[in-house]
Each structure stands twice: as structure tokens, then as C-alpha cells.
Design a protein around this ligand. Structure first.
Ligand code: KG4
Ligand code: ZN
Length: 359
């Protein structure tokens, strides 16, 4: 079964070809350079760039997968959540291709893509990532991206329960906003993560006194807007008292290290609470912030104590937005009969949904 998948939910135009859960190609055209000078994603610029790129990205995905369009059995695209005018470009493009080629279309939720990305197989099928429901389910998914921070209980394919989510900003958004405060550019995640590796943070003797978000909330939710404000005030304080802290070059690494440390602690705290309450057989991790190596190490170390395996995508390319994960989610949905398979005119009844919820 071959699937052509597209994701245009934010600032990457991506297309992929998937065969039976194996990702044959996964082309990602990033718009970062276009948005950089604005310090974040500008929806109208994103839409224009998606429109300009979508056809070439799809052609390239087919070429790299050595697949003719006639060999595609199913078409899929992200319908939400994401930026409305960006989602629309990929969704309409794929809906029209499905109709033109008289093939079925399946709409996929972006977060289901991140959740199931751990079950993606490489093109040769040499990675042991095939889900084994008896061994892996129920699972808890920890999804940490620029738009979402979620804990999801996966009872089975298509059976998801939202255990906790951010009440305001997502963790990735906090990385991006704090990077902006420090004039480190956009996106903030990669640069803050790199700077953090160069800094030192001592447990119990934190230099900047940044709070661990939602430490005592007694639920499974997250919140990063308070941390963002604490960072803003602290940075102002440091800049006004630079004699004490020294030049930016000196304190910025320690600051990034402490910021990453409290974000990691907040995520681990809630993950452990969820594990104790729901006793899952495995943990699935996904989303752009999962690219942070210290975070992955902390998750593995915490879950080792509980004896629970942590499953992650076989390549870092699948952490950040990509169409491969959307094709993988479509494959499992079709295989298990848990998603709508639409044909003919019904295909056009699917509209983009910027605030779609997978559960
Ligand atoms: O999953 P994703 O590509 O898009 C959304 O669905 O939102 O995640 C993007 C987020 C951005 O906030 C970016 O700063 C963050 O992931 N990110 C990282 C790293 N790489 C990307 N955060 C921490 N460390 C990284 N290495
Ligand atoms: Zn995403």
C-alpha cells in the first residue's frame, strides 16, 4: 500500500511517500530563512511559500521514492491543528490530486502524526519499530512541539485520551520567545539547546532562580507563560546589573542551561505522575523539542526507574514537522480501520481545522 502524504501546518512544506509503514521519501522544504527576520512565523508569508513550493516538493518526494503518481493508493494531508491559511494549501492540493487520480483520501491530525512517528520504519524496513499492541499498549505519548505540550494515553490505534496539556504557551514556544529576548534569532530551540550544553546549572544553587513550571499543580497539565515572564524580568535585571553577571557572553550559557533544566524538570515531573497513575507499557515521544538531547536522556533515565521502554522515531528528522509522520499515521489508521477513508466528492467535505484535537 503506497501513500502520498503532505504537511503544511506551519512553516515547513513537506511531502512523503510511505509504503506499508516504511518511509520511502520525506522531503522537507523549510521556510525558516523567510520568517527569521520577523522573529517568528508570519502566516501570510507561510501561505505564499507553501503555494510556491508544494508542487515541487511533491514531485521530489515521488522521485526520491522512485514512484509514479499512478502507483499511489491513498492520499493524505494534515487537516489540523496548525495555521489555517497554511494548512489549507497542502490539504487542497492533496484533495485535488486524489480526485484527479480517482483515489481515496484520508485526513490526518498533526498530533497523531507526532504521536505515531515512533512507529515509523525506515525505507528498507530494517528498524525494529513495528508496534506490538500486547507489548507496547497502552502507551503514554509525550508530545512537545512549538504549538503543543501534551500527555496522551494511547489505548489503541485511534483510541486516545488527553491526560494533560499546556494551559497557555507550549514548551517550544517558550524556547522561541526566550531566544528572542536574548536576541538569538528564530527558531530558538536549537540555539538555546546548544548554548545550554556550554552552561552549568547546579541543583539547589541555581544562579537565576527560574521556577519549575507547575511544580505543585497536582494535575498533568503544563504552563510556560510564567516561566517566560520570569525569564523576561531576569534578563532585564541582569542587563541592568551587568557588573554582577558580567558580559552576556559569560552568563548566557548558564542562563540557557538553567532554562532548559527547568523545562525538562517540568516535563519529567508530569510524565512520571502520568506513568504512576496510568501504568503504561511504553512511552512514545515526539515533537520538535524532543530534539533536545538532554531532554531525551532525562526521559530515558526516569523511565528506566519505572522499567518502561521509551520509543522514539528512528531519525531526528521525524521530531520536527514532516509529512513522513502523517503518512505513517494514515497507514496505521487505514490498516486498523480507525480513520475516515473518503472517495469522490466526499473528499471536498473535509475542511482545515486550525484547533483540531486528536482526543
Ligand atoms: O514539532 P515542531 O516542528 O512544530 C510544531 O508542531 O510546533 O516543533 C517546533 C518547535 C520550535 O518551537 C523549535 O524551537 C523547537 O521545536 N525545537 C527545539 C529543538 N529543535 C526544534 N527545541 C529544543 N531543542 C531543539 N534542538
Ligand atoms: Zn508539529
Amino acid at each position: 500500500m503506497k501513500i502520498l502524504a503532505v504537511d503544511t501546518s506551519c512553516d515547513e512544506t513537506s511531502a512523503a511517500v510511505i509504503e506499508d509503514g516504511r518511509i520511502l521519501s520525506n522531503v522537507i522544504s523549510s521556510q525558516v530563512d523567510l520568517h527569521k527576520k520577523w522573529g517568528g512565523v508570519v502566516p501570510d508569508i507561510a501561505r505564499r511559500a507553501h503555494n510556491e513550493n508544494i508542487e515541487n516538493v511533491v514531485k521530489e518526494a515521488l522521485k526520491r521514492a522512485r514512484t509514479d503518481i499512478e502507483e499511489i493508493d491513498f492520499y493524505t494531508a494534515t487537516y489540523g491543528p496548525g495555521l489555517a491559511i497554511a494548512l489549507e494549501v497542502g490539504l487542497k492540493y492533496i484533495q485535488n490530486l486524489a480526485i484527479e487520480n480517482d483515489k481515496p483520501f484520508v485526513p490526518i491530525d498533526h498530533m497523531e502524526g507526532h504521536l505515531l512517528s515512533a512507529f515509523a520504519q525506515n525505507s528498507k524496513g530494517t528498524i525494529d519499530s513495528i508496534p506490538n499492541p500486547k507489548k507496547h499498549l497502552p502507551a503514554i505519548g509525550l508530545l512537545v512541539s512549538g504549538g503543543h505540550t501534551e500527555l496522551i494515553l494511547m489505548k489503541n490505534f485511534g483510541e486516545y485520551e488527553l491526560l494533560g496539556e499546556t494551559l497557555d504557551d507550549a514548551a517550544g514556544e517558550a524556547f522561541d520567545k526566550v531566544a528572542k529576548m536574548l536576541n538569538l534569532g528564530y527558531p530558538g530551540g536549537p540555539v538555546i539547546s546548544e548554548f545550554a550544553k556550554l552552561g552549568v546549572v547546579k541543583d539547589g544553587d541555581e544562579r537565576f532562580g527560574l521556577p519549575i513550571p507547575m511544580e505543585n499543580s497536582n494535575d498533568l497539565n503544563f504552563s510556560y507563560s510564567g516561566l517566560k515572564t520570569a525569564c523576561l524580568y531576569k534578563i532585564r535585571d541582569i542587563e541592568a546589573n551587568n557588573k554582577k553577571f558580567g558580559p552576556q557572553k559569560k552568563w548566557i550559557h548558564d542562563f540557557c542551561a538553567e532554562f532548559v533544566d527547568v523545562v525538562i524538570k517540568s516535563l519529567i515531573l508530569k510524565l512520571e505522575a502520568a506513568v504512576e497513575e496510568y501504568e503504561p507499557k511504553s512511552i512514545l515521544i515526539g515533537g520538535g523539542v524532543i530534539s533536545n538531547v538532554a531532554l531525551r536522556r532525562a526521559i530515558r533515565s526516569a523511565m528506566r526507574k519505572h522499567g518502561i521502554p521509551v520509543l522514539q522515531p528512528y531519525t531526528e528528522r521525524l521530531f520536527t514537522d514532516n509529512a513522513g509522520m502523517i503518512g505513517v499515521a494514515a497507514y496505521f489508521g487505514i490498516k486498523h480501520g480507525t480513520i475516515d477513508v473518503l472517495r469522490g466528492k466526499d473528499i471536498l467535505n473535509v475542511d482545515r481545522d486550525p484547533i483540531a484535537q486528536v482526543c
